[in-house]
Design a protein around this ligand. Sequence first.
Ligand SMILES: [Cu+2]
Length: 442
Amino acid sequence: MQPGTTDTKCYQLTASQFDWEISKGKKIRAWGFNNTIPGPVLRAKKGDKIAVKVKNELQEATVVHWHGIRLPAAMDGTDNTQRPIQPGEEFEYCFTVPDAGTFWYHSHQNETVQMERGMYGALIVEDNTDPVFDAEKILMMDDMKLNADNQFKKGNRIQRWVERHDGRQGNTILINGKENTVITVNAGQTERWRFINASSARYIRLYFGGKTFKIIGTDGGLLEQILNVTEVLMIPGERIDIAAGPFIEGENFSIESLPYNRTTFVKTKNVQLANVMVGEAKPSIAFIPSNLRDIEPLAQQQAVINRKIEFAVDINLKHGVDFFVNGVTHHSDKPVNVGELQVWEISNSSLMDHPFHLHGFFFQVIEENGKAPGYRAWKDTYNLKPKSKIKIAWMPDDRPGMWMYHCHILEHHEAGMMGHFEVVDPMKGTTHSHHHHHIQST
Ligand SMILES: [Cu+2]
């Protein structure tokens, strides 16, 4: 292939039910893609086209959302942009991947069931200018809530209230669909570890037993500089790439999630995610430049706000609790115009945390509670702390159509903590037909 030319990567995903062994002798009735949890890793180079045929062999409709990809609205994979894929039907998603980074795909239909049971996978976009590593690992983290018979729990009325309030927090920690994961790495080498939080509601405070680790990227690809930390919070939907190593032969440590209090009824404890074991030394070719890339600021901290969005929670005697955006559930927000910089203030008036996710566009956080953030990054998922405010900037480029934002705690999203809006090309006018069920599947 000539340098600079692009390629089309073709994939087939079949959604179905199957038995999946999460550890020796422990089987669950999973829903997923191609009989594996996670589904197959989809891989492409920046600028490539991806064509994915999704066949639905479930008993119910599904759609597949491509989390973090700046694709055309019609390919976003929500029931807002396409007719869900009915049982027995097939739909082909086809789009260019314009950014390098760690992305993922997951069901966007009946998510609290379909994602809970395993309908997700990684989508990795590489670039020739990426830092060089000795190896790469993708670590998709999830938790499942299983009863003693390894069935998915539904719970009584009170438990369902709690689950609606907290989001479903599982008792079974999975990395790449398996319990008790052991990660092996060669001494002297440096690997790229791509972490994806695919859980419904779990806030993961990633911790390597006190070791310092190097964050090199997040949702929208590389940071400008390496960030040295001993822990990092990963909210549902978020990705973190780290440079892991070099380690010393015989070294052995746990990757844990430290407790995080997000004002839930069910409190989280320290959980073990994986065990890292360092084997024999091998030579390294890893090269990570100190300047990873430049990220141009989209707006200054003082930029004038052109929209305010408020995430709120209220008590309701019937449901226990309700989730609102600007006072309503399933908010229908005002359109935005192609090419007009958006500066949004997003506030969280509740006492709980909510992971804010914007479909199809990256944003930059330019202010949080009155302060500029410590570094610049392209984000599509960002934590709204209790009683806090962020200011984000994003540019609606020329991809008109229906888009949405929502809380990525799936139970909150389902309860209505979301808004949809149209990106309009002012030269062409609205593209939104009266109802969205106009795209026929094949
Ligand atoms: Cu929420």
